[in-house]
Design a protein around this ligand. Structure first.
Ligand SMILES: Cc1ncc(C[n+]2csc(CCOP(=O)(O)OP(=O)(O)O)c2C)c(N)n1
Length: 222
């Protein structure tokens, strides 16, 4: 299936939620679904699933979608085990398996003809794992998949379709990161689960939002 078509399907089903995307999937995704809740961590190759896990644990009322690359996941396979052990119910781990390191020259990834990421995820302990080659089959199943309690693993065998421009400045931009942070606070406030949190929210060790700080919350809201 074409990657952009698969991502269009996902965008219809997850129009307004948090998405952690990498490399060509990220470029396509931000073209297809521009949104402040796109978390762009490209550069930290392999870390999307780990960052996604952190978000899933920190924001348990949000569905977290990770759009991983096959080359990227191979660099951090251990995260499958960590995720399965943590059992985040709100975690949906997609991999765009294109069998190459597409963004830096389409070099083949090792073992591409034999790799079964869905089997790996199952063996690591994910309770649900799927693999799709056909767009119609993916489209028929996606609603049901997004209703499952996670962690859920979804491998998509993709080839490039419309490849959106590689705007690295956007992926690496501090502005996009702070837009994400603000959008997340707004979402937390709107959904009112912020008030249930006992601890200040921290960015590294620095508290950035204290739930008792009404002035700050007012600033974020406005
Ligand atoms: C630790 C590390 N090693 C290598 C790179 C260089 N690099 C950037 S993107 C990339 C390939 C990504 O491949 P994949 O995850 O399959 O995504 P695709 O490009 O196919 O969308 C590589 C090797 C990097 N950013 N970080």
């Amino acid at each position: 299936m074409k990657r952009d078509q698969a991502l269009e399907v996902l965008a219809q089903r997850h129009p307004d939620g948090i998405v952690v995307a990498v490399y060509q999937s990220a470029f396509d995704w931000i073209g297809i679904r521009p949104h402040d809740l796109n978390y762009l961590c490209t550069g930290a190759m392999g870390q999307a699933s780990s960052h996604g896990l952190g978000l899933a644990l920190g924001a348990p009322h949000e569905k977290i979608v990770v759009l991983d690359g096959d080359g990227s996941l191979l660099m951090n396979l251990g995260s499958l085990v960590t995720i399965a052990a943590q059992k985040p119910r709100n975690f949906y781990h997609f991999v765009c398996q294109n069998s190459t390191y597409e963004v830096n020259g389409n070099f083949p990834i090792p073992g591409a003809d034999r790799l079964r990421f869905d089997n790996m995820a199952r063996a690591a302990g994910y309770p649900h794992a799927f693999s799709f080659r056909d767009l119609n089959q993916f489209e028929a199943k996606i609603d049901q998949i997004l209703r499952l309690a996670g962690p859920v693993f979804i491998n998509l065998h993709v080839e490039p379709g419309v490849s959106y421009p590689r705007i690295y400045e956007k992926l690496h931009s501090a502005k996009a990161r702070s837009a994400f942070r603000r959008a997340l606070y707004r979402r937390m406030i709107r959904k009112e689960w912020l008030w249930q949190m006992q601890q200040p929210i921290k960015f590294y060790s620095r508290p950035i939002l204290d739930v008792s700080d009404k002035k700050l919350i007012h600033a974020v809201k406005s």
